[in-house]
Design a protein around this ligand. Sequence first.
Ligand code: KG4
Ligand code: ZN
Length: 354
Amino acid sequence: MRILSIETSCDETAIALVECSGGLKNPKFKTLENIISSQIKIHRPFGGVVPNLAKREHLKNLPKILQKLKIKNWKLKIDAIAVTVGPGLEPALWAGIEFAKNLAKEIKKSLIGANHMEGHLYSNWLPKRSAVSVKRLGEKKSLNAIPSTLYAIQFPAIALVVSGGHTILLKMDSLTKWKKLGETRDDAAGEAFDKIARLLGLPYPGGPEIQKIAKRGNPKAVNFPRPMLKDKNYEFSFSGLKTSALYYVRDNPKTSVADVAASVQQAIVDVLVGKTIRAAKAFGAESVLLCGGVSANRLLRETLKKESGKIGAKFFVPDFEYNTDNAAMIAAAAYIQHLRKKKLKLEANSNLGL
Ligand code: KG4
Ligand code: ZN
């Protein structure tokens, strides 16, 4: 099944074309096109995403991106269209939904509404370059001949979903059956990165900026709190960390921004990794999955990989092109939903959850 997918929930306008096959036990995805047009420059002067500006840009970008598809006669080659219906910014979501509805009508294809958070979760099933590089590094076996268990995600799995709007820990018993163990009580991890970056005078979005400047800093320079790390639950809270950073910068005006950034990054990573590994141990997880925009953070990826290895769990994280918002993950979510014969209403639902 070939799906043309559309993602406009926040400040990235994205369209992908994904070939989906296999059943719920072993879904397979081949990304034929994955185009992302970022609006970061437009929102940057405002220090965050302005919903109506995002909508205007999505409406402008969508037809342009569609023209960029390299596959000829794609309209004849696709089986369905998918679009994100939530969660996200309502005006931004509507831009994609209306566009997708018109396109589906024009080319007479069915339209599947998809959940953005399921997209992040299923981005772990999208193809991996790292798998391909095994072949390139001179292994005798071709990729197909390598036992599928080497790359397959096994259950039970613990998934940490960390984006700009969400921080959720899930226990997955299968591709479609999971339990939410906990989530953030206030700011999401990405939001904490963004807000702390702002008070350090760094541009939006803050996560990549903090990562960049942290390279030059000492992660032990400031001993910021590790909120809720020791609590015997799977909840998170990051707003206190932001307040600590605010007071620290106010009381130490000559402090090095790189040191604060490195210390903040370390504190966030310690909490995310600590709680995820505790859950993985408690539930005997075979696999640990990381996804959402914050999964682009190198320290987080590396630390979680190392700690998962120590407890004998396999670690999975999507390739960089699928960490932050993209439409390939929306095709994956739509396909799995199609296999489950589940339907979401084709209207914006800004609070849709997992
Ligand atoms: O998943 P995403 O693209 O959008 C939402 O669904 O929210 O996540 C965006 C978030 C932003 O808060 C951004 O600062 C954060 O992901 N982010 C990072 C990094 N790259 C993006 N946070 C830390 N380190 C990064 N390298
Ligand atoms: Zn997202």
